[in-house]
Design a protein around this ligand. Structure first.
Ligand SMILES: *[C@@H]1O[C@H](CO)[C@@H](O)[C@H](O)[C@H]1NC(C)=O
Ligand SMILES: *[C@@H]1O[C@H](CO)[C@@H](O)[C@H](O)[C@H]1NC(C)=O
Ligand SMILES: *[C@@H]1O[C@H](CO)[C@@H](O)[C@H](O)[C@H]1NC(C)=O
Ligand SMILES: *[C@@H]1O[C@H](CO)[C@@H](O)[C@H](O)[C@H]1NC(C)=O
Ligand SMILES: *[C@@H]1O[C@H](CO)[C@@H](O)[C@H](O)[C@H]1NC(C)=O
Ligand SMILES: *[C@@H]1O[C@H](CO)[C@@H](O)[C@H](O)[C@H]1NC(C)=O
Length: 511
């Protein structure tokens, strides 16, 4: 009797401890999911609605997201990311967003909303997200709005007596709130929200690696995006976004996959699906190659993507200027022509032959290209371009860019315009530049805004080169460099320009 009791106690002990070991044992790989969501928009974003109406709209979006979460979990996903503004849309005034906001506590409070829904007031959206995560045993990442009252003791308190934040939340597989991140770099027109006073560095650990999180426009700036990788050594970035594609260099799948390569992290990007606003392009990106991506301007449907990733991806260091600095000075000094890429004045040279080596310089940046086309077509022109300077439209940020791109037409003044289709494939390419920054994001984009997984690599001396002939015609091959230290130095001069360009774009928009 005594012995059998001991045995059963032992069995229970073994069962519990093996459960615990199972729980904390590290996984080498995991399955990630992202959901591109065709958000159901409210009828008005200018006038406030009742909180019941606001919740009814959010529940309609949550119904769709719940379908994606359930489906991802059934297919074995450990984590799913949903888009920025995916629960209520965009374009609100400060007052009109208010009924959609909930008080979101710091994740330190150790809260499972699904088990304890009224601990922090009326929080039905957090409760639902938490239950989705818990019921399906999956991490759920979503974007909602936070409200925090303030008063005159805080000199920065807005006149309506509250801060409103664009906020990412993460619930773990037990439904616990494990991360809350307030977006730092608000995009122009996001006047309904405030930026936190200091950039928030939000990370959390799992058995499948360390995670960091930020939102949309944050990706263009140093804090918190680069800091999470450089100083906090996260393995995977979670990235809810509402991204409007801008070719040739800032379409979602192109730029987000390039950031994963340049920074050496996994990157889970969930975009809204709204073709009319040029919003599409989600993906699961590893530092060596995209694992899955979705770009769809044709349908109105959402899309679930799943892929396996390494929990701790490997990344080797690159010196982005090493190769280009070693090129003979006498090969430089081509006479270039000027062209505009998204309001920036590039210097270009035309690629005249089916095969060639070209150099083009702008200020301190010289770009080198070796290439071989599969044919030199008479109806298409490609050019090599360089830009070293401050960008001032829809944000102020210093760029160093080397780009080989297809010009919109055979007229050279169209080099740098948006173009989505091409006919020329490349047998090989190798692009490098004399970068002053170590933050360079390598982009390869094929015709119809398609990525080229497994077709290119970056060498440790900073060359972006093809591993094989491209699988399709090429739109652009680009080294997109960001020089963060130079943003501030250029700020004052730029601010004047921003005001002028905003005025111009507003006039263009209205006309
Ligand atoms: C917008 O208004 C129409 C007509 O009143 C209504 O049928 C629809 O459900 C409303 N949509 C939302 C998202 O509230
Ligand atoms: C979760 O499961 C509970 C009970 O099993 C159910 O009442 C609830 O509606 C479920 N919630 C979600 C979001 O699936
Ligand atoms: C996450 O895990 C790392 C490595 O195991 C550890 O050093 C770090 O303190 C953990 N961080 C948190 C927030 O638990
Ligand atoms: C990169 O390479 C260049 C040229 O070889 C060298 O001058 C520079 O110090 C290197 N940069 C770094 C950060 O190692
Ligand atoms: C870019 O070039 C255009 C046309 O040459 C010129 O009008 C404009 O001022 C230039 N912009 C900057 C920022 O230099
Ligand atoms: C281009 O440069 C490479 C490396 O310097 C050289 O091997 C090749 O022959 C050159 N090609 C042409 C067409 O000049």
């Amino acid at each position: 009797m005594g012995i059998s009791m001991t045995t059963s106690q032992l069995l229970v002990y073994v069962a519990i401890s093996s459960l615990c070991i199972f729980k904390v044992s590290a996984m080498d790989t995991f399955i990630a999911a992202v959901y591109e969501h065709a958000v159901i928009l409210p009828n008005t974003t200018l006038k406030p609605v009742s909180s019941e109406e606001a919740l009814a709209l959010m529940n309609r979006n949550l119904d769709v997201l719940e379908g994606a979460v359930t489906s991802a979990a059934k297919q074995g996903a450990h984590i799913i990311v949903t888009p920025e503004d995916g629960i209520y849309g965009w374009g609100f005034t400060r007052e009109a967003i208010y009924p959609y906001l909930e008080d979101i506590p710091d994740s330190q409070v150790n809260w499972i909303p699904c088990n304890d829904p009224s601990r922090f007031g009326h929080t039905p959206v957090q409760e639902r997200l938490s239950c989705m995560a818990k019921n399906n045993s999956i991490y759920v990442v979503a974007n909602i709005g936070d409200k925090k009252p303030c008063d005159t003791s805080d000199s920065q308190c807005p006149t309506d007596g509250r801060y409103q934040y664009n906020t990412n939340v993460v619930f773990d597989s037990e439904g616990k709130l494990v991360a809350r991140y307030h977006k730092q770099n608000l995009f122009m027109g996001e006047d309904q929200f405030n930026s936190p006073k200091k950039p928030e560095i939000v990370t959390f650990n799992t058995t499948f690696g360390k995670f960091g999180i930020f939102t949309c426009f944050d990706i263009l700036f140093e804090d918190p995006a680069v800091t999470l990788v450089k100083d906090f050594h996260v393995d995977t970035i979670l990235f809810p976004t509402a991204w409007m594609n801008v070719l040739p260099h800032l379409s979602a799948v192109e730029f987000h996959s390039a950031w994963a390569v340049g920074m050496g992290v996994n990157f889970l990007a969930a975009n809204l699906h709204h073709p009319f606003m040029h919003m599409t392009g989600s993906g699961i990106y590893a530092p060596d190659s995209p694992r899955g991506f979705h770009y769809d301007m044709k349908t109105e449907e959402g899309k679930l993507l799943l892929s396996q990733l390494d929990s701790h991806p490997y990344h080797s260091a690159v010196n982005w200027s090493s190769y280009a600095s070693s090129i003979e000075a006498n090969s430089m000094g081509n006479q270039g022509f000027k062209g505009t890429v998204f309001f920036d004045n590039f210097t270009f040279v035309e690629l005249k032959g089916v095969i060639g080596n070209y150099t083009v310089c702008h200020r301190d940046l010289c770009c080198h290209l070796s290439y071989k086309m599969s044919e030199k077509r008479s109806d298409e022109v490609y050019a090599l371009g360089a830009f070293d300077g401050i960008h001032t439209v829809e944000g102020t940020y210093y760029l160093q860019i080397c780009t080989m791109l297809k010009c919109r037409t055979t007229a050279l003044e169209t080099c740098g315009d948006s173009v989505e289709a091409a006919s020329t494939s490349f047998e090989m390419f190798s692009l490098s530049g004399t970068f002053g920054t170590q933050y360079v994001f390598p982009e390869v984009l094929l015709s119809d805004v398609q990525l080229a997984p497994g077709e290119f690599q970056v060498s440790s001396d900073g060359r972006l080169f093809s591993l094989k002939p491209t699988s399709g015609p090429v739109l652009t091959v680009t080294l997109f460099g960001r020089w963060y230290e130079k943003d501030r130095a250029s700020d004052l001069r730029a601010q004047a320009l921003v005001l002028i360009t905003i005025a111009i774009t507003t006039i263009e928009y209205l006309s």
